[in-house]
Structures are given as C-alpha cells and as structure tokens.
Ligand binder design. Sequence first.
Ligand code: SAH
Length: 270
Amino acid sequence: MQLQFRRKYNMHEVRPKKFLGQHFLKDQNIAHKIATALNESSAQETVLEIGPGTGVLTKYLMQERGRKLMLIEIDRESVAYLRANFDQNALQIIEGDFLKLQLADMTSEDLSIIGNFPYNISSQIFFRIIDQRHQVKEVVCMIQKEVADRICAPHGNKTYGILSVLIGAYYHAKLLFKVSPGVFIPPPKVDSAVIRLSRKEELTLGCDEDLFKKIVKQGFQNRRKTLRNALKPILLPVEITMDPIFDKRAEQLSVDDFIHLTKKIELWKK
Ligand code: SAH
C-alpha cells in the first residue's frame, strides 16, 4: 500500500495534504508561464514565493539572474524537500505561515509576490497583501477561477464584491489565463486561473482608508439591500442618507464611488 502510494507521488516525494491546500502543479509549461508572468522590472528585485511546495515554480524563478528569491512554506515536509533539492545560496527559505509574516521584517524594499496559492486561504492572503501594499508592487498568482473572476469583475457585475473593491482600490487586476484541474496532483475540484495585480501609482485614496474598508465590507454584507439599509450599523444621520447614492446597492458602486461616499461620511463625522 505504502509502496503504491509512493510510486504515485514519487515525482514530488511530498505527500499532498488537503488541509494545507496542497495541489502540486505537474505541467512544466504552465509552471514556466506563471513564473515568467512577473513584469520585467520585477525580475531584478526581491521576489517572495508563497507556498512553493516542491518547487515547480521556484525552479523557473531561479533562472532569472540578479533577483533575490525568498520562499515561505508552512509545510515542514515540503521545506525539507526544498532544502535537499535546491541551492541554498541562491534563495532564502522561510518555514512559516504567510498570514503571520511581516514583510517589513524581511526587507525594507518593495517586493513582488508569486505563488500557486493555497485556495482555502486565498482571500486571507489578499487581505494581508492589501494591508502591506506599501511593500507589494506586483502579485502573480494562481487561485480558484471563481475568486479570480470576482477580483477582476467590474462594478455592476454579480460577482463584484469586497475583494474586487479593496484590491481594485490599490491594484490593476488582470486575468492572464485559465488552468484546468487535470494538471495538478491531486486535481482540485475547481477550475483555476492565473492573475496579475500591478500596484497603482497612487498608494493612497485621499480618504480615511479604514472607514473606506468598513463601508465596503458593511455595504456588501447585505449586497441586495440599498446602501441606506446595508450601512445602518454605521449609524448615519438622515441628512446624509437622503443623498441618492444611498438608493444604490454596493455592487453598483465603482471604487471611485466608494471613495466619494467615504469622503462624504468623513466630512459629516468631523
Ligand atoms: N507551488 C506548489 C504548491 C502549491 S499548493 C505547486 O505549484 O505545485 C499550495 C502550497 O502552499 C502548499 O505547498 C502548502 O503547503 C502551502 N501553504 C499552505 N498554507 C500556507 C501558509 N499559510 N503559508 C505558507 N504556505 C502555505
């Protein structure tokens, strides 16, 4: 039994663990395509790979000279595999949880993030990236196709939501290509897609950004309600909520509309 199992997975020598969202990419062309989807300028800078697993992307990332490559991987078995198979002088391996990582502790410079993200925590990864956006210039990642669609959706679309607005506030998001389940071991139950986020020139929104986040989250909490009803927990006075923007639903507002709304509420709070 054990032997059979080993034979099935010996290409990786790491047993895929479901609770860590491990689906190992076996298609080398796709791995190469993802690794080279970072922009040219990023190729000279620090690149952090989240969840390298057995290093299928890492291998291609290492081909770029002049780049400082760091990996963060939570799985001890994968880390042992990477340490045994990759030149430690060419990269830095951190055994740990990306969700707990402070990028500022690692480098004071800007960096790019790349990875085939563990799908079960991809939203949390994006929230951490948004919080540390001052250091994250670009992201190339494979995620569940459905999440990719949500991130890239324009306002007015059914799938437009919290992530679309919060990411869209700071990054230009682009869906690069789709990936089918058959190229992974084991195959996930969902389709995948690779996206690129490129940070906007302007790092601030010109409004209270905590309030902005609160309004976006609260607004989508009850996405079918008008903002007048959905934002009730924020306790706004009638003079403000009389404004026609409150007749709309969160999904009808663009990023700029949300900024505009935040400014309005901010003025009243002063
Ligand atoms: N890059 C590899 C593996 C992708 S699977 C490939 O394409 O084949 C996702 C990887 O993320 C797994 O190796 C898993 O162990 C790792 N991972 C899961 N949660 C993590 C976390 N919180 N921090 C860092 N890595 C994590």
